[in-house]
Design a protein around this ligand. Structure first.
Ligand code: SF4
Length: 67
């Protein structure tokens, strides 16, 4: 498992946004830990057309905290 901090994809509202919230995403937001091999699509309007795939500990200035 890897540590996920504020400002990183795992805690961002856009992480996997296109398929909706899964149990795994909820768990990452609660525990701030994610599997090393995890990859998901970023749903930020500026990345979505490119199908950008990110890890839970990637990040960008488009970060918006997940609720
Ligand atoms: S790349 Fe940026 S906008 Fe997309 S999930 Fe990560 S922090 Fe959020």
């Amino acid at each position: 498992m890897i540590q996920v901090n504020e400002g990183q994809c795992g805690l961002c509202a856009h992480f996997g946004e296109h398929h909706g919230e899964t149990q795994q995403h909820v768990q990452i937001r609660r525990s701030h830990e994610a599997p090393e091999t995890m990859l998901d699509e970023c749903g930020h309007p500026r990345h979505a057309p490119l199908h950008l795939k990110v890890t839970p500990h990637s990040g960008c200035d488009g970060f918006e905290p997940a609720r």
